[in-house]
Ligand binder design. Structure first.
Ligand SMILES: C[S@@+](CC[C@H](N)C(=O)[O-])C[C@H]1O[C@@H](n2cnc3c(N)ncnc32)[C@H](O)[C@@H]1O
Length: 495
């Protein structure tokens, strides 16, 4: 197999020496004093060699990797260093190895240290690789996907879950470099299954600097315990003294800030009165998003000018426009007034628009998402009465900013959003300002922040927004928000 393919399949990013030294020093100053050392996906064994020299009490060491070449490199290095501690180094597949019987014989406490592969099952699928636990290999993936709803996951998640299992029988520490999203999933799984463990820690690392990749990553440490702590302190970097947040499992929720959660958890309830929505999804911006260059003249994303009725074209705001306070630059073609509506009706009301859709029909027909299958031709999603209400309270879904805006009409026309915006449709400007003020209040801010993981792909979801009981908040904050419009919330200056 070519080295590059192998590198991708094995999620191979060897840890640089500087970071390895930093991690080992950190563990030692935090009283990790192992008698056995394990590096399960060791590569050239930079962690293994450093740890053997840093931890004085180590009596036995074990390292393995699936890549025979790396194992040979490590063996050579060990003979060069003339290591006196007994070590066993071998080529082995993490997933098929009988770890339990190997671990049985190792003296405690153990330290499992390293950096498991950075690869997801869908990347493995593209490479036609089965570097997965046997029960999850691709042949069985389809059925399992259907059962778990998991379509994409990092294989390191499975590996670290397994390592934490070892700590249920053995005293010791697992210290792994991984994506922060993986660390959270691993912790959530351990907490949900009542695993015995100390308060965990995550120390953020700069993956661009160390691995030349852009991913939110950390050093995750989990230590065995008689207790079942369900908290994890998160630090900005490996040498930081104070945590920036404490995440944890509370009442079945994965909470991003346990203090904020305790303070505002009485406000958890589906908001009955107000309905959160996501903007329109069309998956074809080249055809559906256009710039107006003159009366009835619009240029689409392919650079082609078309004459269209204004009827189905609405000023468009994306999450980035909203967050940066920019007025609409483009218009969105919204060919339906409700989901599933047949688009043939346009022949009567907007024949040029229908002609336009037919002209670019091939591009619209190529949309791969299954949501378009079996739906009328040119369908979009996230459209209904709420789309056309003139006033909206909105927030960008993908930005690291918790601010709600009031959006009114632009040049006399209703503004629509794409699916990077979440919003509530409102009746008028006054109520919109009142609601936005309420949502921008300190209490709502603490509530939402206690659930938001800013490194997620979509930090602000409709599900999160819906979980705040707006009526309950209004009752709690009282008259200030009920009867006056303080207008502290920003209205986009569109008109
Ligand atoms: C991110 S690299 C880290 C290597 C080393 N631990 C370090 O920190 O430099 C991941 C390593 O996992 C190995 N690997 C991938 N799949 C494996 C498997 N199924 N079993 C054992 N090792 C595996 C790769 O060959 C690669 O060396």
């Amino acid at each position: 197999m070519a080295r590059n393919t192998k590198k991708a399949e094995y999620g191979d990013f060897q840890t640089p020496e500087g970071l390895v030294q930093q991690v080992c020093r950190f563990l030692k100053t935090n009283n990790v004093a192992p008698k056995s050392l394990i590096e399960p996906t060791c590569g050239v064994g930079t962690f293994f060699i450093e740890a053997l020299s840093v931890f004085d009490e180590v009596r036995e060491g074990y390292a393995c990797d699936i890549d025979n070449y790396y194992i040979e490199v490590l063996k050579n290095q060990l003979s060069d260093y003339d290591v006196s501690i007994p070590t066993r180094v071998e080529t082995a597949d993490f997933f098929s190895k009988d770890w339990e019987s190997d671990l049985d014989n190792l003296p405690e406490p153990i330290l499992v240290v390293g950096n498991p592969p950075w690869v997801t099952n869908s990347q493995l699928g593209q490479l036609r690789s089965d570097n997965l636990p046997v029960k999850l290999n691709h042949k069985k993936m389809k059925g399992l996907d259907a059962l778990t709803g998991k379509s994409n996951f990092d294989i390191s998640e499975w590996m670290i879950n397994r390592m934490i299992e070892w700590l249920q029988k053995k005293q010791g520490t697992v210290a792994m470099l991984c994506k922060t999203s993986v660390a959270r999933k691993v912790l959530l799984n351990a907490w949900k299954h009542d695993k015995r463990m100390e308060v965990a820690t995550m120390h953020l690392i700069d993956s661009k600097l160390h691995f030349q990749i852009s991913a939110d990553a950390c050093l995750l440490t989990v230590t065995s315990s008689d207790r079942k702590h369900k908290d994890c302190k998160v630090y900005n970097h490996i040498e930081a003294d104070n945590p920036i947040q404490t995440i944890g499992l509370r009442d079945c929720f994965l909470v991003a800030d346990i203090h904020g959660y305790e303070e505002t958890k009485h406000l958890i309830e589906d908001s009955q009165h107000y309905k959160w929505r996501t903007g329109i999804k069309h998956d074809c911006s080249r055809v559906m998003e256009l710039e107006k260059i003159g009366e009835g003249l619009y240029v689409n994303g392919l650079g082609e000018t078309n004459e269209l009725e204004d009827l189905c074209l609405y000023p468009l705001l994306k999450g980035s426009d909203l967050t940066n306070g920019r007025p609409p630059k483009k218009f969105m073609l919204v060919p339906q007034t409700r989901i599933g509506q047949k688009t043939k009706y346009l022949a009567e009301t907007a024949p040029k628009t229908l002609e336009y859709l037919i002209k670019y029909g091939d591009l619209l027909d190529q949309r791969v998402s299954s949501i378009y299958k079996g739906k009328p031709r040119f369908s979009v999603f996230g459209v209904g009465d709420y789309t056309f209400s003139n006033w909206k309270v909105a927030i960008a879904a993908l930005y690291k900013k918790l601010e709600f805006f009031v959006v009114g009409p632009y040049e006399g026309k209703t503004v629509v959003f794409d699916d990077t915006v979440n919003f509530i449709a409102m009746d008028n400007a006054e109520e919109s300002h009142r609601l936005a003020d309420l949502l921008n209040s300190n209490t709502a801010n603490i509530f939402y922040r206690s659930f938001i993981f800013w490194d997620s792909k979509r930090p602000i979801t409709v599900q999160l927004l819906r979980s705040l009981d707006i009526d309950g908040l209004l009752e709690e904050l009282g008259n200030e928000y009920k009867y006056s419009i303080s207008k502290t919330s920003r209205q986009l200056q569109l008109i």
